[in-house]
Each structure stands twice: as C-alpha cells, then as structure tokens.
Design a protein around this ligand. Structure first.
Ligand code: SF4
Length: 387
C-alpha cells in the first residue's frame, strides 16, 4: 500500500516536470535551464537539476507544493485563471516521501521547493515548512535544502524556514513598487517583499550562533520598462543592507495565455551583462555609478562592463602590477580575486616583468591584460615569449 502511494506520488512529480524552470537556484543560473525531453512526455529527470550549491555541485530535486495559484502575476505560467496550466498539488508528507525515495536511490542530493499560493501565503508557507520539517527531523536528511518564501508571511515562519534551510528565496520580481504593480498587481512591494528581506537579515543578526539560511532574490527583467540602472541600484542596496548571498536576473519570456503574451522577450545578453555587473558590485566593491550605463539607463550590451571601465580609465593610466593594491589589481580585466592574490604573493618573492610571469602564476589570458598594466615600470610586449 505504502509502495503504491509512493509510486503515485512519483508519477505526479514527473507530471509536474521542470515547473521551476524559471526559478534559478544554483550558482550558475544561466546553465540551469533545460528543456523537457521530447522522447517521453513525462520524465522524472525533468525535476532534477544539476546545481552548483554552497555545498558543492549536486543533483537537486526542484519542485512545487502546488502549481495552482490564487494570484495573477502578469508574466507567470501558474497565474490564476490560465486555462492551459495543469494544476498538481502535494501534501507535505507526499512531497517529503517523493524526495526521500529519490534521495535514497541517489538520484538527488538536495531540494529546491517552491509553490503557487493557495489559501494565502501563510497557509502555503506552512506546507513548505511542514515538508522541510519532515525531511530534516523524521527522515534525518542533513543535505542541501533551498526554500521559497511566500510574499507577506509571518516573522516566525520566516525564522523557522531559515532554521530548516540552507538558503531561502525571497523574490522581489521588480526593482520598484511601480514596476511591481505592473508585473504582479497583487504583490505589495514593501510590506510583502522588501520587509521579508530585511527580516531575514535581522533574524541572522539576532541569532548569530544559530546555523541559518542565507537569502537570495530574483528579478524578472525587461517586461515592464525596468532599467538596468534600477535593477542594479536595488541589487547594490540589497547586497549591502540585507546581506544577500546573490541576486538572480531572469530575462522575461512571454507565456501564451497571460496578459504579457504579446510582449517581446528580453535578450539573453541583457541578463548576462546584469550578472557580470552584479558580481562587480558584490565581489569587487564597485559603485553602481561606475558601470557603463547608456543615457536611457541600460548597460552597454556590446562590451563586458569591467572592460568598458578599463578602456576608459586604464589605457592612458595603466596599473603598475608590482605595487598596486589588491583593490586596484581587481580593476584589470582578466584579473579576478584568485589572480590578484597570486600577483600579490608572487611579487613578494620576485619581480614580475613579463607577460610570461603572469601566465606562470595562473593569469589565464595575459594578452588581454597587457594593455592595461605596467610590469616593473614598463608596458609589456604583447607577444608572449616562448623561451
Ligand atoms: S504568486 Fe508566484 S506562482 Fe502565483 S502567479 Fe505570482 S509568480 Fe506565479
């Protein structure tokens, strides 16, 4: 009997397939999306994504408690009233047993759990929490769990979710309340979303000795006139004030049967430049104003933002690699945190005077670096000497 129930649950799970396609959860969001296999209509593998998680690369089960929703976000495949959406709902013990079966058979080692909203956010979040509670406390699973936070839940629910998970997603969707009203008319920007992000940071500060989840957010990019300047300004605030682990940018794609079905899709290059810029804000301590915005507020699509800055600032004033501080070394295109550390350690041992020396310490493309630097007082020859 129990075996039949598990088998029925796995069938339901495979019918849902890749329902979280538009919700990135790992550290390489642009490689995370995959298309459902055409050979079989339903395939359990569609709900397994290979993610780079804070605990390393893992096959993660990505699913939803329900694909029904009472809200009406204009871009969403699950919005209320969209006839084409197949609605599938799980009870917490069903979802937990499906996860246990896949985890014990070593098909997955990690869970990303989202949901549509039914009977309000508080009731929905309780179901997510109950599922994670069963997995952590009855099944004794100690691996990676990433939970979605419903808009406007209670403080104690957020705290409990953060105790159970490694990571929580609190998706702002838009960078301002006006943009959110156009995207998701029933979501309330400050009270339901921004406040959740602030609470998450408050909870981490108030319970410093507890192991609590980090938080992330996601923006839907390009459907309602949002600019890169708006998106990156809000990202910058969230990194510094709400201590977000990362921000996801999801290029808008029109879904048939939604109010936005005739809007053009956002180009993938825009999403890519947003990710590049977001890392400069988070990992390289750049200010938003230093990014190469065009007059209408979007980034230049034709050039890497770090290179655009360097072309403007470093071609006439190259950086002396033998003496520059780490922060300045990180401004050189082709030099990241690992490369900057390698330079600092190598120059303590000797003189870096040729591109070959940079290659030897792990700078992958010294030719790219050459025009922005001085090596021991001299602009390096662009050709690497082989001997
Ligand atoms: S609340 Fe979530 S699932 Fe529901 S319509 Fe909005 S984005 Fe879709």
């Amino acid at each position: 009997m129990a075996g039949r129930l598990v088998s029925e649950t796995l069938t339901k799970l495979s019918q849902m397939g890749d329902v979280t396609l538009h919700e990135p959860a790992g550290d390489s969001p642009q490689t995370e999306r995959k298309r459902r296999s055409r050979k079989q209509e339903f395939n359990l593998n569609d709900c397994v994504a290979h993610l780079s998680t804070p605990r390393g690369p893992k096959p993660v089960m990505k699913s939803m408690m329900t694909t029904a929703c009472e809200r009406n976000c204009n871009y969403c495949v699950f919005r209320a009233g969209r006839a084409k959406t197949k609605r599938v709902t799980f009870a917490p013990d069903e979802m937990a047993s499906a996860f246990e079966t896949l985890e014990r058979s070593r098909k997955v080692d990690g869970l990303f759990l989202s949901s549509g909203i039914i009977k309000g956010s508080v009731t929905t979040q309780d179901k997510i929490i109950d599922t994670a509670d069963i997995i952590r406390n009855k099944q004794r699973y100690r691996g990676y769990i990433h939970l979605k936070i419903m808009p406007g839940i209670e403080y104690d629910q957020l705290y409990r979710s953060m105790q159970l998970a490694d990571r929580v997603s609190i998706n702002l969707e838009a960078p301002t309340s006006e943009r959110l009203a156009a995207l998701a008319p029933k979501k309330i920007f400050i009270e339901e979303l921004v406040q959740m992000l602030q609470w998450a940071q408050q909870i981490r500060q108030d319970h410093r000795h507890e192991k609590l989840a980090s938080s992330v957010t996601q923006f839907v990019v390009g459907a309602v006139g949002d600019t890169d300047l708006e998106l990156l300004s809000m990202s910058d605030k969230l990194y510094s004030q709400a201590k977000l682990a990362r921000v996801y940018y999801s290029a808008f794609g029109p879904v048939p049967g939604t109010p936005f079905e005739d809007l053009p899709a956002t180009e993938a290059i825009r999403e890519f430049r947003l990710y590049q810029s977001s890392f400069l804000l988070r990992d390289y301590q750049w200010d938003v104003e230093e990014l190469p915005f065009l007059p209408h507020g979007n980034l230049r699509a034709d050039v890497d933002p770090k290179q655009a800055w360097a072309d403007e600032h470093l071609l006439r004033q190259p950086i002396e690699v033998m003496s520059a501080e780490r922060e300045l070394l990180l401004r050189i295109p082709g030099v990241g945190p690992i490369g900057a550390n390698a330079i600092i350690s190598a120059r303590r041992r000797g003189t870096l005077s040729e591109l070959l020396h940079l290659k030897q310490i792990g700078i992958r493309n010294p030719q790219k670096v050459a025009k922005y630097i001085l090596l021991n007082g001299r602009q390096p020859a662009r050709q690497l000497r082989l001997f």
